[in-house]
Design a protein around this ligand. Structure first.
Ligand code: NAD
Length: 380
């Protein structure tokens, strides 16, 4: 199969982590006789420096002409003072709007060997955490009318939450399709005991369920869901929910897995073309030190293969390779228990002998990428 992938390296650690994900994709292409054509796209701070615009039209066009987009991260102090409409993040918003992606999909998965990193009780983690939150991205209260008025001598603020049947239907379909590619369990989360928009949400989900008899649909109120995610996350496979609930629940879900550097995401719309990126930012504090964890980006590339290119085996191959490298004890600094966690910025090339835990090996971004490639090629 031949696929054109728009590659946005971006700023900070972006070029380092995307470089490793591209090596992994190239290894997969060789192993399974595919052809991935990479198209470099400038977006974010680097595009401001080069073009005076965080996402020039001709760069957006390259993305729209691709089969999918792989993004590192954008932003950094250097561009913090540029005018609002020229900020690096504007490029990202313009990209999402241009690609018409209306769902954001974030897996929450705990790798057995990293279970210590989770703040949850050991026995809870042991049951396994592996679910995805499918969040509606461009509707609901964030996009409704916002106003503050004077009424009877005091200020009153109003934020409108509305959803149409078609908006719910299209995100519901992504939920069902995602569940179909996993363990076939979909939990629709809403607040139907209070909100009209949630009652409509629930009824549309149930009518859609008739088109997906192979997927088991359940309903849950959002307050209960917030509790269940910390009490027994093993019960979930796919959660589908509206914009604000999804915003809050997906942050809660990423916290229980332990490391921000490990989590991929996808954003999808009506076509198979998606935007794939790790959930973290450009980490300027460690940029250029080879200390970044590339796994979130590598797993984003795996999601691209699974959800946009229908390459199940290839995606499984990447995920298993990541698992085996972790099982063999290789860690970047952010997931090394003895390293002091995310904010430690000392040189990642310090070797494992310095670590208190001799069964673990501290590696940099490049080495982690190389190890995963070797696993895929069966060369390690
Ligand atoms: P951040 O996610 O970049 O970093 C938070 C902390 O996590 C830092 O200590 C960083 O070193 C660490 N970290 C992040 N990713 C890591 C990885 N892969 N490996 C190891 N450690 C990692 O968040 P921030 O510091 O608040 O933001 C930095 C910049 O990134 C800002 O300019 C922000 O606007 C931008 N940002 C961009 C995106 C995006 O491009 N989608 C998302 C969030 C933030």
């Amino acid at each position: 199969m031949e696929k054109k992938i728009a590659v946005i390296r971006g700023d900070g650690i972006g070029p380092e982590i995307v470089g490793e994900a591209m090596k992994v994709l190239t290894a997969i292409a060789g192993k399974y006789s595919h052809k991935f054509i990479f198209e470099d796209v400038d977006m974010g701070g680097c595009a401001i420096d080069k073009w005076g615009d965080p996402l020039p039209e001709h760069m957006l066009k390259k993305c729209l002409e691709s089969d999918s987009v792989l993004l590192g991260a954008v932003g950094g102090k250097k561009w913090d003072s540029v005018p609002g409409d020229k900020r690096p993040e504007k490029g990202l918003l313009r990209l999402r709007a241009g690609m018409e992606v209306y769902s954001n999909n974030r897996p929450a998965k705990i790798w057995d060997v990293l279970s210590e990193a989770s703040p949850l009780k050991r026995e809870t983690v042991k049951k396994g955490i592996d679910f995805i939150i499918v969040r509606e991205l461009i509707g609901g209260i964030y996009f409704g009318e916002h106003k503050t008025v004077d009424e009877n001598g005091e200020k009153k603020a109003v934020d409108v939450l509305s959803y149409t049947e078609s908006e719910i239907r299209r995100i519901g379909k992504i939920g069902f399709e995602t569940a179909r590619k996993r363990r076939k369990k979909l939990c629709s989360v809403e607040k139907s005991n209070v909100l009209d928009s949630s009652r409509l949400w629930k009824s549309v989900m149930h009518s859609l369920a008739e088109e997906y008899p192979d997927v088991e649909l359940s309903d849950m109120l959002v307050d209960n869901c917030a509790m269940q995610i910390v009490k027994d996350p093993s019960q979930f496979d796919v959660i589908v929910t509206e914009n604000m609930f999804g915003d809050i629940l997906s942050d809660e879900a990423s916290m229980i897995t332990g490391s921000i550097g490990m989590i991929p995401s996808s954003s999808l719309g009506a076509t198979s073309r998606g935007l794939y990126e790790p959930i973290h930012g450009s980490a300027p504090d460690i940029a250029g030190t080879d200390a970044a964890n590339p796994i979130g980006t590598i797993l984003s590339a795996a999601m691209m293969l699974r959800y946009s290119f229908d390459m199940e085996r290839e995606a499984d191959d990447i995920e298993c390779a990541v698992g085996r490298v972790l099982e063999a004890g290789y860690r970047t600094r952010d997931i090394m228990p003895t390293s002091g966690g995310m904010n430690n910025t000392s040189d990642a090339s310090d070797n494992s002998e310095n670590s208190a835990n001799s069964s673990l090996h501290l590696v940099g971004c490049r080495k982690m990428g190389e190890l995963i490639v070797s696993e895929i090629l069966g060369a390690r």
